[in-house]
Every structure is written in structure tokens, then in C-alpha cells.
Write a protein that binds this ligand. Sequence first.
Ligand code: ATP
Length: 257
Amino acid sequence: MGGPLLTVTEVGKHFGGIVALDGVSLVVQAGAIHGLIGPNGAGKTTLFNVLTGMYAASSGTVSFAGQTLHGMKPHQVLGLGLARTFQNIRLFANMTALENVMVGRHARTRAGVWGAVYRGQGTRAEEVAIRGRAGELLDLVGIAAQRRTLAKHLAYGDQRRLEIARALATEPLALALDEPAAGMNPVERQELIRLIRRLRDELALTVLLIEHDVQLVMGLCDRITVLDFGLKIAEGTPSEVRSDPLVIAAYLGSEVV
Ligand code: ATP
């Protein structure tokens, strides 16, 4: 592992009287596949929203790639290299798979608005490069054959893969995946595991994922953080977390693997 990439220190988040996060600290090492688990309502998605600039933390600090994220908007966090996918898929339904990825890529282009209006030589070359890279990313996630299919007509598992491709188009350092296996069948889950490993091994990405499929999390992650009622109750390797009495009581129960 290449040292800390994401450091969360004593982060709290409350909504009126509801304490969604209560002084959570965690460190994600560069190159790790780090899992975030816990019962419904534990605060997992709220933490993702704080990390990616969608919510401001009520207290505490988050730093990514050496920069404090305090007050940053989602596009600024994306610019630093932290991209995400959503629990409820958010694609442009009436755009093709390829176009969806190209939109992600535009977050990184240099041409800007005037360049796009005048479409000079540089802009056209950039457009060709964007299209080419978008095609490569569809290939990487395994849906190259559906490049011209409208997002709304893709199978559910393929929509999840397309969201990953769109996030990759921003050339992130890290990917935050919110329940990437939700709604997938067992074959698709196995493919997803292979894909996430490839992203880490071939693109040197750091991955933080929320996932309810305990077997998937245990088999895939190097480290796991467990939340319950907004508190971190455990952290460690899959085998440490699996045998932790607090985790078994709060979350794993009879599911222990
Ligand atoms: P799940 O596994 O069901 O997705 P989670 O661990 O992601 O759950 P969160 O969605 O982060 O949990 O919710 C944590 C707590 O914060 C819950 O009590 C939830 O109702 C509350 N909460 C989350 N977002 C908001 C909001 N925007 N306004 C008010 N309360 C919220």
C-alpha cells in the first residue's frame, strides 16, 4: 500500500436531532480495496456524501491526496480525483452508453465553453480522444457491445457497470462505490469482483465501497470499517472483522462466513 490517500478525522454529521455520523475516523491507504459495512441507517451513505462534497460535515475533517476537503463542492472533490457511483443509479437515461461515459470525460477536458463553441482544431482532436477513451472504458467494464444502447434500455447490472465507466472517465485516483452489486445476479457479482480487482491492479485505483453482500466484501476487501448508529464499531482485515463480537452482534449475526 502506498500510504494514506483518504483520511477522515472525527467526522460528525447531524440532521436536526438525528446523529447520522458520530465522530468517525478512518484512513484509506492508496491502492487498498476498503469496505464500509453496517446495518441499514448506520451512516454509510451519509459518510460517502460528506467525502464527496455533497454534504458539509457538522464537525471533523476529511483530507484526500493531501488536501483538506472542507467547503469543497462535489465537482471540486471530483477534480482532486475522488469519483463515485450511487446507490440509486444516476445515468442520463436517454443518452447512449458511450455518450454517458463521454459526459464523465468532459469533466476533465481543457477546451472549455468557448473552445466547444468555436470547435477549433484542438477541440476536435480532444473530442476524438474523448470518444476513443470512452470506448476503451466501456470495453474495460465489459459492455463495449452496448455502446450505442440508450442507458435506460441496458440491463440493471450493465447500468451499474456503465456508472463505473463514467466515474473512471474522470481519471480518478480513487473510486467510491455505493452498493455496486445491488440487484446483480451471482454471475454478475463474480464479474464485478474481477472488475474491481482489475481497477486496482491495472489502473492503480484505490477503491472504497459500501456493500451489503457480506461474502463479496469479505472476499474482496483488504480492510473493512464497520459503522453502527453513526459510530465506528470495528475496523480491520476481513478475518478480524468477521470474528469481532460487536460486529457479529450488530450486523453479521447468523450470517457469519
Ligand atoms: P442503508 O444501508 O440503508 O443505505 P446507510 O448506512 O447508508 O443505510 P444513511 O443513509 O447514511 O445510512 O443514514 C444514516 C441516518 O441518517 C439514518 O437515520 C437516516 O435516516 C439519516 N439521514 C440520512 N440522510 C438524511 C437527510 N438528508 N435528512 C435527514 N436524515 C437523514
